[in-house]
Design a protein around this ligand. Sequence first.
Ligand SMILES: NC(=O)c1ccc[n+]([C@@H]2O[C@H](COP(=O)([O-])OP(=O)(O)OC[C@H]3O[C@@H](n4cnc5c(N)ncnc54)[C@H](O)[C@@H]3O)[C@@H](O)[C@H]2O)c1
Length: 440
Amino acid sequence: MKIAVAGTGYVGLVTGVVFADLGNEVACVDIDPVKVDAINKGQSPIYEPGLDEMLQRNLEEERIRATTDLEGATRETEVIFICVGTPPTDTGEPDLRYVDEAAATIGRALNGYKIIVNKSTVPVGTGDRVRRIIEQHRAEPHEFDVVSNPEFLREGSAIHDTLNPDRIVIGADNARAAMKIVELYAPLERPMLITNLATAEIIKYASNTFLALKISYINAIADLCERTGADVVQVAKAMGYDQRIGHAFLQAGLGFGGSCFPKDVQAFMHTVQRYQLDPTLYQQILAINNARPVQMVERVRERLGGLEGRTVGLLGLAFKPNTDDIREARALELIKLLLQAGATVKAYDPVAMPRVQPLHPEVVYCRNAYEVAENADALVLVTEWNEFRQLNFERIRNAMRQPNLFDGRNLYDPQRMRKLGFYYYGVGRAADNGEFKAML
Ligand SMILES: NC(=O)c1ccc[n+]([C@@H]2O[C@H](COP(=O)([O-])OP(=O)(O)OC[C@H]3O[C@@H](n4cnc5c(N)ncnc54)[C@H](O)[C@@H]3O)[C@@H](O)[C@H]2O)c1
């Protein structure tokens, strides 16, 4: 099948490359010529394991090309995916400007029946909005259908997730359009759900908000554990064995960041408000999450007796491992709070440092975890990259001015860290923290 993909970010490029790898002919379109040039040279503008190799293979076999010309790509294809960004505005509502622009361009280029598939995460009703925009801009009354096909991939395992999705949701208002998209996904042999447009649009937000809810929930439990001498890691483990609950997304720590959860919960909150429903649940998910970095900095401040003139090292900057994405990363919040309090901040991340550097040139960027530890008064584990799991902790301890380890992801064994001579703080692990005495 000949397809076009508008937007070559995490979702668009991975979608385009995977569809090409399945044998389709794909035009990847972006308004950013730098990204387009890089893609045509076989260099992915984003870091995603396995993406460069798959891109190069499909370029060589001429199944994929990148262009800035969305009108041209629309004219030559029947199925056009919209995968542009939907970042939050100041109010937290999604900015649909890029979706609107892409829809208008597609409308102008309409030269026959087309299916416009919206993969960007957009509020319920956006499919109808895209339809109206295309109608307004088309020169001839060519037929077209709008389909919602929300994306559930996770950055860091985007290729794997695109090839092996738990489910494929296809929201369409007629069978002709739905069946064409079913055909496109058929080689993956994964469960497919065909719904109407509104249902598909809500599925995406309902799923992400539920995952965010799980994280905030266990963090709320962590606060209680900290005050009562309980260990949230054990609480979560025991809860997770209940098949109705499951272990996924029950890790207490610095909370969620990234380009999806914070923005999707906010967007969903605005949607329920638009329909005169109570937003309290969504407000609480965000409030609990926003408090996490503040609380961590407070713990460091208490331990060091103030932050002015202290050196705090951050291990990890990306919002999660295996990605260079720093959007809404917890590390950015920590950097801001620590710098405001007069601390010197050192940091190391295997791939995300070039993205943070322009935002925070005052941070001391290091070549590895050991360099971060040198003369640090405290280390905070922010992103649980694999390379931080098995560090030489004796070397770390000896390099530090004071061996204070704050584990923002509960990655380490508290007993082991203490035996190694560290002061160790894990989130919601009062049973091991010693310093936080049971209040009861
Ligand atoms: N990143 C994720 O893990 C993820 C997962 C699921 C869903 N989503 C959703 O998918 C959408 C895209 O996310 P992303 O992370 O890939 O975004 P991104 O910011 O990485 O990429 C968006 C791209 O669209 C391009 N663009 C903007 N307007 C355009 C236009 N008119 N024509 C062509 N290209 C245009 C931008 O230049 C940019 O390269 C968002 O709605 C997001 O919420 C993201």
